[in-house]
Design a protein around this ligand. Sequence first.
Ligand SMILES: NC(=O)c1ccc[n+]([C@@H]2O[C@H](COP(=O)([O-])OP(=O)(O)OC[C@H]3O[C@@H](n4cnc5c(N)ncnc54)[C@H](OP(=O)(O)O)[C@@H]3O)[C@@H](O)[C@H]2O)c1
Length: 350
Amino acid sequence: MPQTMRALVAGKVGEPADVLRLESRPVPAPRTGQALIRVKATPIHASDLHVLRGRYGFTPEFPTVGGHMECVGHIEALGPDTDGFKIGERVVAVAIPAVPGPSVAGTWQEYLVADTRRLLPVPSQLSDYSACQLAVNPLTALLLVTRELDVQPGEWLLQTAAGSTVGRLVIALSKHLGIRTVNVVRRREAVAEIKALGGDEVICTEDEDLLRRVAEIAGPDGVRKAVDCVAGVVGAQVSQALAPGGQLVVYGALSTHRQTDPAALTIPLQARSVIYETKAVRGFWLNRWFGATSPEDALRALSEVRSLVAEGVLSIPEGQPFPLERFGEALVLAESPAHGAKPLFVFDAQ
Ligand SMILES: NC(=O)c1ccc[n+]([C@@H]2O[C@H](COP(=O)([O-])OP(=O)(O)OC[C@H]3O[C@@H](n4cnc5c(N)ncnc54)[C@H](OP(=O)(O)O)[C@@H]3O)[C@@H](O)[C@H]2O)c1
């Protein structure tokens, strides 16, 4: 094993392209309950970039290795008390720091040490470029649909940014569970694609009125359950489109991604509809879910995701590979409109 490795490190809070540097660092050694993972692939999620900008739900200590979500790799070494794991085994490592809870090493490096309670062995038929995205978005889709909103067969589920990775997984899971989806997209070109994926109804905000279309689709009973990751005006419209007593779970704020002023990160709700129509708007954040869930329960939920993927119910599109050296390009792609497959950092060929 080499003594040193490459890592993408941010020295301080700032715009990722300005603060990230490729550095050489010592390969860490696993302690009790930890494994050393040789990373094969790790995604660039928008949230990874917000962590570096200092506008996410937690801020790591700087300097920090980037990538605070997930990766896939092989176990290279094991510390004491790590029964049940084998050297060479391929695992997904969940690097999401629980809130409240301990911080976890960043994934944008060749090797990282991880708590074995956050490792999930993955089937060989799943490629590295898909497996490295197994935890965050598929788990979010599963938890939103089944646990947060408990959407029942035949019920409508309204969702925004339906073309996002989470959105596509919500469509696939909903189809499997007999849930009907109303999918909001911002580009006309995305409509046919979402229909082809099995989205029941698609609303395009480029040229359609969200409220009017939801009323046409769901009729007088309206939509009782919705998930939103756009926030701002679109999130507010979704809250207005809910039936009385309806619930909206907000899990992202894509429309505010370039905002650094916290006052601009808003969803302008109508007090009338919150009070007199008793609509509920609440948040979901995987970090807080990990903080409130035992490691055993969290692994159970992740295993459920793994089974849904193995059964072909959920599919994870392979990401676009980038070597660490091309991080500038990968960062731009991660937040470009219509970027398609998620950019990934990869460390050697599959
Ligand atoms: N709370 C949690 O724990 C949690 C967990 C996982 C993900 N998330 C959040 O979920 C969201 C989606 O993540 P992802 O990885 O699935 O995203 P992704 O695959 O990168 O896709 C982003 C999607 O959002 C759409 N979009 C971007 N900006 C938009 C805007 N201003 N208005 C409307 N649509 C917009 C894009 O549409 P185009 O195709 O038109 O470009 C694209 O379809 C992110 O906000 C992420 O932070 C939250």
